[in-house]
Design a protein around this ligand. Structure first.
Ligand code: X8Z
Ligand code: ZN
Length: 616
């Protein structure tokens, strides 16, 4: 009797332990689970960040392995926590907690399979893809001298040389030379896509692209439609710019720039990916334009050090009332390419310990592009610092486009008046310089948009399986031709893998963020200008020194991703939609001028049946 009663009790306890928590989890349990999850991930993340930092600033087989291992641990634990957390899904959670569960599920840009072997394979491939790109070199004198480091160029050197080159043949050689970095990583990339997709499916998404598109506080379909809406607002402006620039390039280079289909050969725009065209502004400058200042030239003449370049940026943020950068920032950042080892030169901003250990990693050459890139990167840095008091899962941009837009919004304030104020130029150009200056800005900002859009259009097609490895390059050039109206300078085939020659593909960095940033930065800028009490033409506004503008900015930054992005946007701008109206307002005088210049000219281009062929 006693025995049987004891057995009954034991059976009851076992049943209860087995079933109760699963059947009736409470909100308090969900909260406790989330607290533990955040604490654990924060800790793992710091170790992961340190391993990635070491890898990217000191590429060796060992650092690659260790970085992959830490990534693997972080991804594995995140995936487990998502699975464990599913038991709370049906609860009516408070909004903040609910948001954290959503963000946790969306937090991996590279989801990985549960199977440890496959997960390990994926993280190793990913680490290797990053290294392969960053070790890439172009050696003009061919293989026999390729061991001679003096004769080989990394992408930072090539960027600078291509920006200055005015010889179409030499530019085409550099272009083709660099693009060779893609082919050897194609098969690895294809495997990466398979494995990451498997991870995405296990998390409940159709594929990795669908996971990325789900991270914008709206459905993935709404997000895609929103991008189309924005592009439709700006496409006409791009087409006017394209037509004008093409005509000027043809005038300078003749047949080398003149294609019957109306496209621009991609190597003539002063940038390896034809994504920003400001470096060839001199070719398209209106004949009567007053002499334009060249920030890169000024910095180089003055022998401005890389640290001083960064200090210009810091000083700007400081003038808005934001804090100075911590001492460790200056001790730990990497600002130039080391002579004796491979590093990832592509600029990035780091938040190592989710607190004050922020750093930059870039290879500064003192060019105009470096000057703006520094402001871009410091935008990330100040975002990190502003939201560092938020809980772990709320540390992030309101959406990833916001993170990319902050520094750019600040850099829009680098006006002639500002440059004079800080002593970089002596005289403010006359009002007649407004259109030329706007044109120069448009060469970067407007030219970038179709590139910003097509990269992830390509990747979404790849992740969804619509484009298979045997069609990677064709799909890439179809989109580049369709959106950008640029064509390859030399014939391409599927033996090439041109997406692999753009950093964000091997590094698996989502790219729609830059398209969003390209537009929303003008909304941020306009809001700061208004807060600063400015009411003149938007393109002449600089918020340098305005604490009111800084307060607006901080009010949004400190939210991190704790609220849906429309709320964050509203806090800063009073608007709750991303919209091109501020960008259109900024460029309106230029649009009128371009239309005048293009009168009677053909606008646009025809896309050919085979986008892989060079000259038609
Ligand atoms: O990758 C970057 C930054 C780092 S987040 C330097 N950008 C994109 C690119 O270089 O392709 C900034 C503009 C677009
Ligand atoms: Zn960035």
């Amino acid at each position: 009797m006693i025995r049987s009663r004891l057995l009954q009790t034991v059976a009851f306890i076992l049943l209860a332990r087995h079933q109760l928590p699963a059947a009736t989890p409470t909100i308090a349990e969900a909260q406790a689970f989330m607290n533990r999850a955040e604490a654990e991930l924060a800790k793992l993340n710091v170790v992961d960040q340190r391993a990635q930092w070491i890898h990217e600033t000191y590429i060796t087989d060992d650092s690659e392995c260790l970085a992959a291992e830490q990534d693997e641990k972080y991804i594995a634990r995140t995936t487990e926590l998502v699975t464990e957390g599913r038991k709370f899904e049906t609860l009516n959670l408070p909004p903040d907690l609910k948001r954290k569960f959503r963000l946790l599920r969306l937090s991996l840009a590279m989801p990985a399979p549960h199977d440890p072997k496959l997960r390990e394979e994926l993280t190793q491939i990913a680490s290797g893809l990053g290294s392969a790109y960053s070790k890439g070199k172009y050696c003009p004198d061919g293989d026999k001298k390729s061991g001679d480091k003096e004769k080989c160029y990394g992408i930072d050197d090539l960027d600078e040389r291509l920006a200055k080159s005015r010889d179409p043949k030499q530019a085409a050689e550099m272009w083709a030379g660099w693009h060779k970095v893609g082919a050897p990583i194609k098969s690895q990339y294809a495997r990466f896509v398979e494995l990451s997709n498997q991870g995405a499916r296990e998390l409940g998404f159709a594929d990795t692209g669908a996971l990325w598109r789900s991270n914008y506080d709206m459905t993935p379909e709404q997000f895609s439609a929103d991008l189309e809406r924005l592009w439709a607002q700006l496409d006409p402006l791009y087409k006017e710019l394209h037509a004008y620039v093409r005509r000027k390039l043809v005038a300078k280079y003749g047949p080398a720039a003149d294609r019957k289909d109306g496209m621009i050969p991609a190597h003539l725009l002063g940038n390896m990916w034809a994504q920003e065209w400001g470096n060839v502004y001199d070719i398209v400058a209106p004949p009567a334009a007053p002499q334009a200042y060249d920030i890169g030239q000024i910095l180089q003449q003055r022998k401005t050090t890389p640290k001083q370049v960064v200090q210009y940026g810091e000083d700007f943020f400081h003038s808005l009332g934001l804090q100075s950068l911590p001492g460790t920032f200056w001790q730990r950042s990497l600002l130039t390419r080391p002579a004796d080892r491979d590093v990832v030169c592509h600029a990035s901003s780091w938040d190592i310990d989710n607190d004050q250990d922020v750093r930059l990693k870039l290879c500064i050459h003192g060019t105009t592009d470096d000057f703006t890139t520094v402001h871009h990167e410091l935008g990330h840095t100040y975002y990190y610092l502003a939201y560092r008091k938020q809980p772990y899962l709320f540390k992030g941009g309101a959406n990833d486009g916001f993170h990319e837009a902050i520094g750019d919004a600040i850099a829009l304030s680098i006006t002639p008046e500002y440059l004079k104020k800080i002593g970089l130029i002596q005289q403010v150009p006359p009002p007649a310089a407004d259109i030329p200056l706007l044109l120069r800005t448009a060469m970067n900002k407007i030219a970038f948009l179709p590139f910003g859009l097509m990269i992830d259009k390509w990747r979404w097609e790849v992740f969804s399986g619509q484009v298979k490895p045997d069609g990677y390059n064709k799909a890439w050039w179809t989109l580049r031709e369709q959106y950008q109206g640029v064509a390859p300078p030399v014939d391409r085939s599927e033996a090439d893998f041109d997406p692999g020659a753009k950093y964000h593909i091997p590094s698996n960095t989502p790219y729609a963020r830059y398209f969003i940033a390209g537009i929303v930065q003008f909304q941020f800028y306009r809001a700061m200008c208004r807060a600063a009490g400015y009411s003149g033409p938007l393109n002449r506004c600089s918020v340098y020194g305005s604490k009111a503008a800084g307060d607006k900015l901080e009010a949004m930054l400190e939210l991190g991703q704790s609220k849906p992005w429309p709320e964050a946007l509203k806090r800063m701008t009073g608007e709750d939609r991303i919209d091109a109206s501020a960008m259109v307002e900024y460029f309106q005088p230029l649009l009128t001028w371009l239309k005048e210049q293009n009168k009677g000219q053909k606008i646009g281009w025809t896309v050919a049946a085979n986008p892989l062929l060079a000259q038609r």
